[in-house]
Design a protein around this ligand. Structure first.
Ligand SMILES: NC(=O)c1ccc[n+]([C@@H]2O[C@H](COP(=O)([O-])OP(=O)(O)OC[C@H]3O[C@@H](n4cnc5c(N)ncnc54)[C@H](OP(=O)(O)O)[C@@H]3O)[C@@H](O)[C@H]2O)c1
Length: 442
């Protein structure tokens, strides 16, 4: 951490673009904690200018005394702004233009924008480093949990073997509610729980980015870069969401001693770095199995520290503002840490392992016609791909209806399991598309 003493004089003057959930929360925190922050930084953090889309909109925070810019990019050339805070959102457009202009004009930059960093993180880190300014993005990964600070500073002495976590509160809320429904005997479908999440404000009107795993993948791509010191590579993330998760699979997960979670996993595997976001079954006795509702958690395995877990609120005005302000405090104190834990020019490209090469254990559920010989046909599909069965459950017997057959496998390569499942899908006795879910031993 270097200390740029020349800039640590007078107040840190900031310009905030975006006055929505996070922008409003950030202004509120800065107003309410202004004295505390002054004591902690030795100087004031002062908002001098703002920008948003609609100047006439009623805001929960008082902004009448602040300079208003219709164009966010104007904050980048405002000579009275030392640090720009981008809280607009979106991978490109106004957010990107503002961030690039801020760095080009030698302003410190703080952003909560994971989509932007997942797509342009490396270039922005290079630009920040060339300009000798901070690029803070604590709020972009796991909201209020200070995981970036933990990785870049507290755990910096460790070689990190891997990190995994629950990085999307919406998905975790939905899976938790479905699990609670199964436990209480009031089974709820994915759609019912999603509608309820939307009503409660835990899911967006257009929930695709969250429930299809994209938001978690944005955060994972950033985490991977910090953990392994490589350029951000969002395209290398394998992404599956939770739309296809069925209450019956949550029920079987419980019976087998697991909980269903959407995990984001970065792991140094024999075939390269695995970056994957997908629903999986995790052992019921793993601490992460009990991170419920909208909470997030990140587990980091370091060679000297061992396993650490960070848990907390992953979104919302207060937690996200807390993370944004933590970055501003670093700037106000003149503390500078390389954006992705190593200088941007020494980020070294790594090869990423294709999902087909992943080796793990699998849960497979089939809806079958209950007649003699069906199990032998299924077993043959697995045998042909050298996949061995660890356990099998076939409970109900009903000659008139499809009955579930559940299998778990021993360790196998994903490509082989996928081929076996594809062969099963073609059997005349299989009535629905088979469901395959990875089991993580963690
Ligand atoms: N919400 C969370 O809990 C959370 C958590 C972590 C990270 N984040 C990230 O934080 C960022 C902001 O999210 P949010 O939830 O605060 O979004 P939001 O509530 O939708 O607010 C977006 C703000 O950006 C303004 N805006 C839109 N287009 C603009 C433009 N072209 N120029 C200037 N301002 C513009 C909007 O102006 P108007 O108000 O005038 O419409 C609004 O104030 C996103 O990158 C998001 O991914 C959010």
């Amino acid at each position: 951490m270097s200390s740029d003493q020349t800039s640590v004089t007078g107040p840190l003057r900031i310009g905030v673009a975006g006055l929505g959930t996070v922008g409003g929360g950030t202004l509120k925190l800065l107003q309410e904690q202004s004295e505390l922050l002054q004591r902690r930084c030795g100087r004031r953090i002062e908002v001098v200018a703002v920008s948003a889309r609609d100047r006439r909109k009623t805001r929960e925070v008082e902004i009448s005394a602040l300079r208003w810019h219709d164009r966010a990019e104007a904050l980048a050339t405002d000579t009275e702004v030392d640090a720009v805070v981008e809280l607009i959102g979106g991978a490109d457009g106004a957010a990107l233009a503002l961030c690039e202009a801020a760095l080009a004009n030698g302003k410190h930059l703080v952003t909560a924008n994971k989509a932007l960093l997942a797509h342009h993180g490396t270039a922005l880190a290079q630009a920040a480093e060339a300009a000798g300014v901070n690029l803070g993005y604590e709020a972009a990964v796991a909201g209020g949990i200070p995981i970036i600070k933990a990785l870049r500073e507290g755990l910096a002495g460790n070689r990190i073997e891997g990190a995994y976590g629950i990085l999307n509160g919406t998905c975790n809320y939905i899976l938790t509610a479905m699990h609670d429904g199964v436990r209480s005997g009031q089974v709820q479908s994915f759609e019912t729980v999603l509608n309820e999440a939307q009503r409660l404000g835990y899911a967006e009107a257009d929930p695709a980015t969250d429930i299809d795993g994209i938001d978690a993948a944005h955060k994972l791509a950033i985490l991977t870069s910090v953990v392994f010191g490589c350029p951000v590579n969002f395209d290398a993330v394998h992404i599956e969401g939770i739309r296809h998760i069925n209450a019956i699979d949550i029920e079987y997960a419980l019976e087998l001693g697991y909980r269903m979670k959407l995990l984001a996993i970065a792991r140094d595997a024999p075939n390269g770095i695995e970056q994957r976001v997908h629903p999986c079954m995790v052992p019921e006795n793993a601490p992460i199995a009990h991170v419920d509702g909208v909470f997030n958690a990140v587990v980091v395995k370091g060679d000297f520290v061992g396993t650490t877990m960070f848990e907390g609120p992953g979104a919302g005005a207060g937690p996200t503002a807390s993370a944004v302000v933590a970055d501003l405090i670093d700037i106000a104190r003149g503390q500078m840490v390389p954006t992705f834990a190593v200088p941007a020019k020494s980020l070294s490209p790594r090869s990423f392992a294709p999902m087909a090469k992943h080796v793990g254990t699998y849960y497979i559920r089939l809806m079958v016609v209950d007649r003699p010989g069906v199990i032998a046909e299924i077993a043959a599909c697995l045998r042909d791909q050298q996949v061995s069965v660890e356990a099998m459950i076939q409970r109900a017997r009903d000659p008139d209806e499809a009955v579930p057959v559940v299998l778990t496998t021993h360790e196998a390569e994903e490509a082989a399991v996928t081929r076996a499942v594809a062969a099963m899908a073609k059997l005349g006795s299989i009535l629905e598309t088979p469901c395959m879910i990875r089991i993580e031993t963690l």
